[in-house]
Ligand binder design. Structure first.
Ligand SMILES: [Zn+2]
Length: 438
């Protein structure tokens, strides 16, 4: 066996042994978690019944206060509202519409401990206030069917339960933690992104509670994602009387859409999708407004920079050539989350821990994005599918598997104990991750 391989192999063997010892030593904490299995499910069902779509401010407020009460009760910690700025979206008329998000929720324990963990999640869902999908029920097949039950009210319940168990342990003094729960994740974290970044810069490891797949599989590396609305404005004119005086914004938008698509196609690692072009009206009028809506996904910071530069260059060149004005809204709110050696080591350790606590898991790359992208880009290696097992999220068929609540809480607890005891060196993980990002 070649040297480096043997070394890796021995490290894994000894990690396995150390984690087993850790679990045995704190066996009563794991048993207490299992005894709370029903409660973990029940409270998530209650939260699922509080409809909290990203634009439903009263619903978000109810969900936030219910979760805050549980955190206070379970963890004996102060919970604070964190005021968030507004964000804006562009209407089909090219107007900027200001959007309120309401506050995020923050709780912090032992901020001066040598190891700091960032725990993040969101209490918004994709289901608007007027949805018919409002209630969480137990189906005949034993699964829970409810809005946000997997994504991610179940995950929040798991996070709090694992922390509550950690707080009963005799090793907690070595580790501090911050919970940040946001109301704007399902719309891309436009305003939480800055707070996630700040948290990621000062924590050693991130734990985020997006659902795992039904078989326990987690997302590892993720692509980065950005959204844009690019507004072209021209000059309206009647086609019969003065077509030559008009400046056609729809044509400018169409040229831009094609140019962006072709430019990005030269780099196969980039996905660039023109999702919509708004604008135009009666065919006897030269249209003076068109909005191109684009989503782009990238693997690397270099690809991100390429998309940003290409978008600006084509928008400006085409606007100038067609005598239009152009305004860009949006950008990357999710930087790429590459597979660094630090992230890989962390993910492998979670798989190892899962085997030990009876929470089988695995990981693979995905094009989907979440808060883990933001923590990772701030230098904080993050495993972001630590929530319950479930599926069909973002659809009226969303479900979660009730047995997975206590199971996944055991997994998080073992990881937290490992960080607290330096069984897994969180500071080294961060350093390794940051180096891997270059
Ligand atoms: Zn989610």
């Amino acid at each position: 066996v070649p040297g480096p391989f043997r070394f890796e192999f021995r490290c894994l063997l000894s990690l396995d042994l150390d984690l087993r010892n850790l679990q045995a030593k704190h066996g009563s904490l794991f048993a207490q978690l299992d005894a709370r299995a029903d409660e973990l499910v029940r409270r998530a069902v209650d939260w699922s019944n509080l409809s909290s779509g990203s634009t439903n401010l009263p619903g978000l407020a109810s969900a936030r206060s219910a979760i805050a009460e549980t955190i206070r009760g379970d963890l004996g910690v102060d919970v604070a509202d964190l005021a968030l700025k507004t964000s804006s979206v562009v209407s089909s008329k090219g107007e900027e519409i200001v959007r309120e998000h309401g506050p995020a929720l923050v709780a912090r324990m032992r901020p001066d401990a040598p190891v700091q963990i960032a725990l993040t999640g969101h209490f918004d869902t994709v289901y608007p206030a007027d949805t018919a999908f409002k209630e969480c029920v137990l189906r005949a097949d034993g699964t829970l069917h409810g809005p946000g039950i997997a994504d991610m009210k179940g995950g929040i319940s798991v996070m709090i339960a694992a922390l509550a168990a950690l707080e009963k342990s005799d090793v907690k003094e070595q580790v501090g933690w911050t919970i940040l729960l946001s109301p704007d994740e399902e719309v891309g974290s436009p305003v939480s992104a800055a707070h996630l970044h700040e948290l990621g810069t000062r924590c050693h490891v991130g734990m985020t509670y997006e659902p795992a797949l039904p078989d326990g599989a987690m997302a590892g590396p993720r692509k980065g994602s950005g959204n844009w609305a690019v507004i072209f404005r021209g000059k309206s004119a009647h086609v019969g009387r003065a077509a030559h005086e008009g400046r056609n914004a729809v044509i400018g938008a169409a040229r831009f859409a094609v140019a962006m698509t072709q430019a990005c196609a030269e780099r196969p690692s980039i996905i660039c999708n023109v999702g919509a072009i708004d604008g135009g009206g009666p065919v006897n009028v030269v249209p003076d407004l068109a909005i191109v809506r684009i989503n782009a996904r990238v693997d690397t910071a270099a690809d991100q920079a390429f998309v940003e530069a290409t978008l600006t260059r084509h928008a400006e060149t085409i606007a100038k050539d067609a005598e239009l004005s152009v305004t860009q809204f949006g950008g990357f709110t999710r930087p790429p989350k590459p597979e660094t050696p630090g992230l890989k080591r962390y993910l492998d350790a979670v798989v190892e821990a899962g085997e030990i606590v009876g929470a089988p898991t695995s990981w693979r790359a995905t094009g989907g994005v979440c808060e883990g992208n933001n923590l990772s880009a701030a230098g904080c290696p993050t495993v972001d599918s630590l929530g319950v097992r479930g599926g069909l999220i973002h659809s009226p068929e969303e479900f979660a598997i009730p047995e997975s609540f206590a199971e996944r809480a055991r997994l998080s607890l073992l990881m937290m104990l490992a960080f607290a005891t330096n069984t897994i060196d969180a500071r080294a993980l961060r350093a390794e991750h940051a180096r891997g990002q270059g």
